[in-house]
Design a protein around this ligand. Structure first.
Ligand SMILES: [Ca+2]
Ligand SMILES: [Ca+2]
Length: 425
């Protein structure tokens, strides 16, 4: 590399120091030309929560479809509720003798709201269950954090980092979301930008050690935790491990709402309850991935895996005094381009929530359903991720926000899902 060669030609007295510095920096920074950003979708690392379904009893009744059941589970297709058009309303009996109104709030991506999915008492009950479990600070799975080296995202290959490139480098490497004024302060505090042109050249990177750089970011997060992609606390509830009539009823309501096979509702059925306090938020992310070169995480105990969640059901457990909307920044964005979206900085909902194309108000008891994946037309089973489902939580301005999340796990292969769930066919 020319940088190494140029540095190595320094006078003898400084060679050892320089070489040490070079090696250290190279460990942290792989400066080789253009590096494409790795997909890093702020997945909650819930792999440890999935199990292989082996404890489940064999399930014979796999079909709850109102439109008729196939003769064999192998003939099933993944059901997707019809949205018709924005504002469309359908009435479904999700509980015996109780009708619910399901409203289509978006077609791209397909999102439904169900008012009064939970009563006030039921919301309070779930919060109490979570408090009994104990809430812990949320963290997100970040592939880069397990890698000791950090990659500089010199996206245009001009051998220097623009403000946008530095911002994205820190986002992908540290899960920390800065705006330009934060970056300028970082440059000043660490005396990085010698010529003050707001670009960091290779030579200027030598002015700071990677340990200093990381230490600075660690200190920043200790003081301003809202600069992380997620700032909240959470608890987990396992329907198959507790005896609770409401949780049982919740499972039934999901069956009727989604009309998905029982095997998909009953397995991997843990519930996440999240509390966001003031400034609490969650940056835009996808709940699922479709990098199917890796197996789905709920199928394997393997580090490299793909979180596969066909659908998400989220329930608001309280009214928020101010803020805390659920944002879908690229809803209805016909010309959506992932790189453009990432470059725009609008994943950072702590700062850019109001720029989101769609925002849902948190209302106590309302459920929101969306499909993270399309249905593959050839297989009838789980297909590609619907990229327009980028979503997150806007900062809570006043009060607290409580939600519960439930994901429906699936894989791209119907027979694999049937096998792991030990369905009798
Ligand atoms: Ca560059
Ligand atoms: Ca500079």
């Amino acid at each position: 590399m020319s940088w190494v060669m140029a540095t190595a030609s320094c006078k003898k007295g400084t060679v050892q120091l320089v070489v040490t510095k070079v090696i250290t920096i190279l460990l942290l920074l792989q400066l080789a030309t253009v590096v494409k950003s790795q997909r890093n979708d702020d997945y909650e690392d819930t792999r440890h929560l999935y199990h292989d379904g082996s404890s489940l009893e064999e399930e014979k009744d796999v079909c709850t479809s109102a439109t008729g059941c196939p003769e064999s589970a192998h003939d099933m297709n993944l059901f997707r509720l019809e949205g018709h058009k924005e504002g469309h309303v359908q009435v479904v009996e999700l509980q015996d003798n109780k009708n619910h109104i399901i409203k289509t709030v978006s077609m791209k991506p397909l999102i439904f709201e169900v008012e009064d999915f939970f009563t006030e008492e039921e919301c309070n009950h779930v919060i109490q269950l979570a408090e009994k479990q104990g809430l812990q600070s949320s963290s997100t799975h970040n592939q880069e954090q397990s890698n000791p080296s950090m990659r500089l995202l010199d996206l245009d290959g001009d051998q220097r980092l623009s403000l946008t490139e530095m911002r994205r480098t820190i986002e992908d490497g540290f899960d920390i979301y800065l705006v330009e004024r934060d970056l300028r302060k970082l440059y000043t505090d660490l005396a990085m930008d010698g010529n003050e042109d707001e670009f960091i050249s290779r030579e200027e990177m030598q002015n700071v050690s990677p340990y200093e750089f990381k230490g600075y970011l660690d200190d920043l997060i200790a003081k301003e935790p809202e600069k992380k992609s997620r700032f909240s606390s959470q608890a987990w509830i396992y329907p198959d491990k507790i005896s609770d009539p409401l949780i049982d009823s919740f499972q039934q309501r999901i069956r009727r709402l989604t009309q998905l096979p029982d095997m998909m509702i009953d397995s991997h059925s843990f519930i996440q309850v999240v509390r966001y306090a003031a400034d609490g938020h969650y940056n835009a992310h996808h709940d699922s991935g479709d990098d199917f070169q890796y197996p789905c995480c709920h199928m394997v105990e393997h580090k490299r895996c793909n979180i596969c969640r066909y659908a998400t059901i989220m329930v608001y457990l309280n009214d928020v005094e101010e803020g805390g909307e659920t944002a879908f920044p690229v809803a209805n964005n016909e010309t959506y381009d992932e790189e453009v979206f990432r470059d725009s900085g609008k994943r950072n909902l702590n700062h850019y929530c109001q720029a989101a194309n769609l925002k849902l108000l948190p209302r106590k008891g309302t459920a929101v359903l969306w499909y993270n994946h399309f249905v593959n037309e050839t297989t009838g089973w789980m297909g590609a991720v619907d990229k327009l489902t980028w979503h997150g939580g806007c900062p809570v301005v006043r009060g607290n926000k409580w939600i519960m999340n439930r994901w429906i796990a699936a894989t791209p292969e119907r027979d694999q899902d049937i096998k792991i769930n030990k369905v009798e066919v």
